[in-house]
Design a protein around this ligand. Structure first.
Ligand SMILES: Nc1nc2c(ncn2[C@@H]2O[C@H](COP(=O)(O)OP(=O)(O)OP(=O)(O)O)[C@@H](O)[C@H]2O)c(=O)[nH]1
Ligand SMILES: [Mg+2]
Length: 300
């Protein structure tokens, strides 16, 4: 009697996959999971029984997360939108069984990779402005964001994203960043490091007020903001700039102010967030600029 071997193939190991999801926990939670290993494939069995494949390990991250190869610092994928996913480590192939007298092999080891994750805010427009200049007031006036307005500076301590809806069905996202002023470089207020976050900005609005508690003049305030941005915004960011001067209701020096900004080299808008004045040309400019660059949201 001839004995025919019947060892089935082993199952493949599970893959490790990162997936962007609006239901993901905050990215800090992943610090608790330093090592992520997908399940191994099961051994094959007699009677040509194939081993079960290992379960994939799918890690949910917030949309806006970038994944880098730690060793090369090369970007692997920008998981920008809900549902985007990338396999960072392929599960090993299962070995062949000796079924029918074929040569039996061991499986191939799965990938091992060290990755780094970095989260970048997702928004079309970012407000970068002087303390107490009325950014939160403006957010509250045009978006659904709930940002407290206070009469003291640096009260906004986290970036706040809100949607501005227009034309009945369209929307653009606006993000109020924490305030900066000329002393921020020395660590005053909330510093400047958070400006790294501006990678995805289509428009950065330099936001000032006509009363200028935190600059020597409106013109100086604009220079302070421009310089800080030049120094600390990420080099790869490709944003357009415009300026907003708020609180036009609270000064009688508008003529001088407008004159001083005549050569600002970018569009300048004058508004009162409190009285909802001057919004129309500003919002038209912002929506037009974002729409013209809408296709870019598909690229990283
Ligand atoms: N007169 C006048 N006051 C305003 C206007 N907009 C905001 N304010 C006042 O300015 C103060 C600061 O407003 P916020 O909206 O909190 O300013 P912010 O730029 O968000 O300030 P921080 O994030 O705390 O640095 C509050 O007392 C507001 O009531 C405006 O258009 N006119
Ligand atoms: Mg604020």
């Amino acid at each position: 009697r001839k004995i025919v071997p019947t060892g089935g193939d082993g199952g493949r190991g599970g893959h490790v996959i990162f997936k962007a999801s609006n239901q993901a926990p905050k990215i800090e939670k992943l610090k608790l999971r330093q090592h992520i290993v997908a399940e191994s494939g099961a051994h094959g069995g007699s009677n040509n029984k194939k081993g079960r494949k290992g379960k994939d390990e799918i890690i949910l991250v917030p949309p806006g997360t970038r994944i880098y190869n730690r060793a090369t610092r090369m970007g692997i994928r920008d998981l920008k939108n809900d549902g985007d996913e990338v396999m960072v480590a392929r599960g090993g192939a299962g070995g062949f069984g000796n079924e029918g007298g074929r040569k039996q092999t061991t499986g191939i080891k799965g990938d091992r990779l060290e990755v780094e994750l970095e989260y970048f805010l997702v928004s079309d427009i970012f407000l970068v402005g002087l303390p107490n200049s009325g950014k939160s007031q403006f957010m509250g006036a045009i978006t659904n964001a709930q940002v407290p307005v206070t009469d003291y500076p640096f009260s906004t301590r986290y970036p706040a994203v809100g949607a501005y809806e227009y034309d009945g069905y369209k929307q653009m996202f606006i993000c109020e960043m924490m305030s900066v002023s000329k002393t921020s470089r020395e660590g005053h207020g909330l510093g400047v490091e958070f400006l790294r976050q501006l990678v995805r900005a289509k428009v950065i609005v330099l936001f000032l007020d006509a009363v200028t508690e935190f600059a020597d003049s409106v013109k100086d305030g604009l220079n302070d903001l421009s310089e800080i941005l030049k120094e600390y915004a990420p080099e790869e960011a490709r944003y357009e700039l415009c300026t907003v001067v708020n609180k036009i209701d609270a000064t009688d020096k508008m003529k001088e102010i407008k004159k001083s900004l005549a050569k600002a080299g970018m569009p300048v808008f004058y508004i009162s967030a409190k009285d909802k004045e001057g919004f129309e040309p500003l919002l038209e400019h912002l929506t037009k600029t974002c729409e013209a660059r809408a296709h870019e949201s598909l690229i990283g």
